[in-house]
Write a protein that binds this ligand. Sequence first.
Ligand SMILES: Cc1cc2nc3c(=O)[nH]c(=O)nc-3n(C[C@H](O)[C@H](O)[C@H](O)COP(=O)(O)OP(=O)(O)OC[C@H]3O[C@@H](n4cnc5c(N)ncnc54)[C@H](O)[C@@H]3O)c2cc1C
Length: 363
Amino acid sequence: MYSGVIEGVGPRYCPSIEDKIVKFSNKNHHQIFLEPEGIATDEIYVNGFSTCLPFEVQVDLVKTIIGCEYAEIMRPAYAVEYDFAFPTQLHASLETKTCRNLFLAGQINGTSGYEEAAAQGIMSGINAARRVQGKEPVILRRDQAYIGVLIDDLVTKGTVEPYRMFTSRAEYRLLLRQDNADLRLSTIGAEIGLLPPHNHKKFLAKQRAIQTELHRLQTTRHGADTLEQILRRPEVSYSKLPHADRSLDAEVTQQVEIMVKYSGYIERQETEVHRFKSMEDKQIPGWIDYETVPSLRTEARQKLAKIRPATLGQAARISGISPADVSLLMVCMKRGPQSTTAQCAAAEHLDEPAESAGCCGDL
Ligand SMILES: Cc1cc2nc3c(=O)[nH]c(=O)nc-3n(C[C@H](O)[C@H](O)[C@H](O)COP(=O)(O)OP(=O)(O)OC[C@H]3O[C@@H](n4cnc5c(N)ncnc54)[C@H](O)[C@@H]3O)c2cc1C
C-alpha cells in the first residue's frame, strides 16, 4: 500500500502493522497476541501483525518479535482488495435503484464486518421476500435500530472507506439500548412473521407487566411521594423500593427501573425523534425535478439528483445539503406538480429560506 501499488483505502479499524507504524509512530511498543491455531497443530496465528509487505520482508519481520526468533512462516500474510457498489444507488430497502428486484447486502455495499453484513443480509432477505409477496418493504428507522442507522448512513451518505458500525453513529443512543431491543422490534418481527407466536405471546406478557407496574408506581403513595418519585432517587433501586412487587420477573423490574430513572432524558430524546419524524414522513414526490428548482445551489442539485432521497429527512442528512436547500424543496412540494419554474423561483427571494419556509413545519 505504501509503495502505491494498491490504491484502495485500507480498513481504518483493522490497520496492518505497516499502517500502525506510520499512523502511530509516536508509540514505542505494540502488543501482539500469539494464538495457537488448534490442539492438533503447532501453528500459531500472530494476531495484531497483519501485513501486505513482501514475503522476504515478512520473514525478517517475524523474527524481530521476542520469542519468534526461530519461527517459520507457514503461509504468508496478504491483503485483500475488493470493489463495491456505491450504496447511494440503493433504496433504504436495499433494492438497487436502477435494477428492480435486485437487492444487495454486505461488503458489496462498502461495509466491513460480520455484523454489518448480517444486519444488511437479514433486511435484504426480508425485503426480497416481501417483494415476491407483493408487500411493502420493511425499513427500520434511525430511532428504532442500529440496523436503521447503518442502512440510512449507507444509502444517504455513501462511504469512501470500508464502513463500520459504531454506537457513536447513532444520534438516539439513549433509545437504542440492548435492554429494550425486544420492546423496539418484537412488534415488527411479529407483523412480518419472523417472531414465532409463542415468543410474541411472551413479549406481550412482559410489555403488559411493565405497563401495569409503571402505572402502579405512578399511582401508589408512600408518605408524601409516589413510588415512582421514590424510585427516581439515585440511591433507590427497585429491590430497595417500599412495596416492591417481588413476584415480578427480573427483566420487567429492570425495564421499569430504567424507564423511571431515565424518563427525563428518554422523553427529551423522544421529543427530538418526534420533531424529526415530521420531516422523515414527508415523501419527496417523483415529479420533483432538481434541475427545475431554480434557487438550489449546484452542489445541492447534483447531490439530490444523484442520491434521489425518498424523504425530506433523508435529503436533510445528505452531507452538503443545507436547511435552506431543504426549505426550497418544501416550497416546491407545497406548490405541487403544477408549480412552474417561475413560481418556485419566488423561493429564490426568501431572505432566510430555512426559517421563513418553516423547515420543520407542516406541508
Ligand atoms: C482476513 C479477514 C479478517 C477479518 N476479520 C474480521 C473480524 O475479525 N471481524 C469482523 O467483523 N469482520 C472481519 N472481516 C470482514 C468480514 O469478514 C467481511 O466484511 C464479511 O464477512 C463480509 O460478508 P459478506 O457476506 O458481505 O461477503 P462474503 O463473506 O465475502 O460473502 C460473499 C459470498 O459470495 C460468494 N460469491 C462470490 N461470487 C459469487 C458468484 N458469482 N456466485 C455465487 N457466489 C459467489 C463468495 O464465495 C462468498 O461466500 C475480516 C475479513 C478478512 C478478509
